[in-house]
Design a binder for this molecule. Sequence first.
Ligand SMILES: CCCCCCCC/C=C\CCCCCCCC(=O)N[C@@H](COP(=O)(O)O)[C@H](O)/C=C/CCCCCCCCCCCCC
Length: 214
Amino acid sequence: MAEGAETFSLREVLVAFTACVSEQREVRVDPYLAGWKGLVRFLNCLGTIFSFISKDAVTKIEIIENYRNSDQRDKYLTVQSMVEYELANGLVDLQKRSEHPNSGCRTFLRLHRALHWLQMFLEGLRTGEDNSKTSVICSETYDASLANYHPWIIRKAAGVAFCVLPTRNTFLETMNVGTAEEAVAMLGDALPYICEVYKITEELYAQHKLLDLP
Ligand SMILES: CCCCCCCC/C=C\CCCCCCCC(=O)N[C@@H](COP(=O)(O)O)[C@H](O)/C=C/CCCCCCCCCCCCC
C-alpha cells in the first residue's frame, strides 16, 4: 500500500453516501462527489498502476464540481434538478457527442455506472471468505457491470491493475475502521444507502431515457 493510506477513511466515504438522499428522495450532488473523492484518495494509495482510473474519475468529478461552482450552481444541487435543467435547456447531447460533450447528465451517468460496480464490489467484499482474493471479486464485479461500457484496451488495462490488489482481509484492514470484521459491519450498515442512491438515479435516468447517453 503506497504512502497516504492513513488519510483514507472508509467511514467518511460511507457517511458521504448516506447523506446523499434527501427527504424528497432526491440525490444530492455535493455528498455524492465527496464520496467519490474519498474513493479516489483510496485508489491513489493502491499504487500508480491505478492512475489511469483515478484520473478519469477526477476529470468527471471536476466537470460536475465546475457546474456546482458556476452561476447555475443551484440547478446542480440535486441530480433531479440537473436533469430537469439540462433537458429543458437543450444542454444534453442525446444521440451523438457534439455541442455538449461534457453535460452534467452524461458525466454523472459515467459515475452512476461506476457506482453500480462499487455496490457489487463492496457486497462481494462484505460476504467474501476471509482470505478470498480481492482481485477476483474486483474483476468479476467489473465484468458484470462497468466493463460492458468500456473498450477492449480499457478492460485489459483494468484487468492487469486488479492483479496487484491484496487479499480481502488486508484490503479491509487498510480502511482505517479497525479490524476486518469491523469494516465488514460498517459496509453492511452503509450498503443499503449506496443501493438507494443507485436505485433512485437509475429510475430517474430510465424515466427520461438517459441511460445510453453517448
Ligand atoms: C470503500 C473502499 C473500497 C472500495 C475502493 C474502490 C475505489 C474505487 C475508486 C474509484 C473508482 C473509479 C471509478 C472510475 C469511473 C469510471 C468512469 C468510466 O466508466 N469512464 C470511462 C468512460 O468515460 P468516457 O470515455 O465515456 O468519458 C473511461 O473510458 C474510463 C477510463 C478509466 C478506466 C475505468 C476502469 C474502472 C475500473 C473500476 C474499478 C476500480 C478498481 C478499484 C480497486 C479497488
